[in-house]
Design a protein around this ligand. Structure first.
Ligand code: KIV
Ligand code: NA
Length: 269
């Protein structure tokens, strides 16, 4: 069983592995592979729900998908990614929404896209018993403001990111995701804080790596440039579906072994 404690103990000893999952069968595969952390990412907006950004994802959608993933997961730490505007508006509402992920959906922790506005909230959530994973760098919920570009590319930006990383570690976050930031900035942040960093497009020197599972298995229509495809699930699905269609149209399916006959029912009229 991975816990926020065991994850912190692993950091620096062995690389931490983390992948997203949005449904039970995928979570089962990821968990059985021994991946440490399953993130029910709000990337589900693009990857599972057909939206063109993460912004429309709701608390209900996140709770439902997190519950499905948690039911299928025995060992990995399950992290629910809090949707756009479900946190940070008011403290009471933020606590209620984050709390639902643990109480209703059986998540082990929540992830918040972080900034100056989440330092105090992180402290409150941790104090109440809700473990928090922070997330700095490219934060797609700010797409309208920043676009989907590499972050931390100037000295000022990089220093601000390092400062926010320290503040979130001090506030009690158990880990920090660094998305699409220069590898040398991610390395210095990793060296400067004592909680595990998990990078995505942030170079090899983080304590662990995370990717979107659909990119890894080859199911996405498009993947980020820093991603790497390890399989061709889309190709497998396309050939299975084409095979089914062809078999029905040719009469090859269903065959005798896929049907059964009740002899007494031969003459109904
Ligand atoms: O939603 C997501 O998949 C994420 C990861 C890319 C870290 O936030
Ligand atoms: Na996310």
């Amino acid at each position: 069983m991975t816990t926020v404690r065991s994850l912190r103990a692993k950091a620096g000893e062995e690389p931490i592995t983390m992948l997203t999952a949005y449904d039970a069968p995928t979570a089962r595969v990821v968990d059985e592979a021994g991946v440490d952390v399953i993130l029910v990412g709000d990337s589900m907006g693009n990857e599972a729900l057909g939206y063109d950004s993460t912004l429309p994802v709701t608390v209900e959608e996140m709770a439902s998908r997190t519950a499905a993933v948690a039911r299928a997961t025995d060992d990995a730490l399950v992290v629910a990614d809090m949707p756009f505007l479900s946190y940070g508006v008011s403290e009471a509402q933020s606590v209620e929404h984050c709390g639902r992920m643990l109480k209703e959906a059986d998540a082990d922790a929540v992830k918040l896209e972080s900034g100056p506005h989440t330092v105090a909230l992180t402290e409150t959530l941790v104090r109440l018993g809700i473990p928090v994973q922070a997330h700095l760098g490219l934060t797609p919920q700010h797409v309208k403001e920043t676009g989907l570009f590499r972050q931390g590319t100037t000295r000022d930006e990089a220093r601000e990111m390092l400062d926010l990383a320290r503040q979130h570690a001090d506030a009690g976050a158990f880990s920090l995701v660094l998305e699409h930031v220069p590898a040398n900035v991610a390395r210095q942040i990793t060296e400067s804080i004592d909680i595990p960093t998990v990078g995505i497009g942030a170079g090899p020197d983080c304590d662990g790596q995370v990717l979107v599972v659909n990119d890894v298995i080859g199911l996405s229509e498009s993947a980020a440039p820093f991603s790497k495809q390890f399989g061709d699930v889309r190709g497998e699905m396309a050939s299975a579906v084409a095979g089914y269609k062809e078999a029905v149209e040719s009469g090859a399916y269903p065959a005798e072994e896929h049907s059964h006959v009740e002899d007494e029912l031969d003459e109904l009229y």
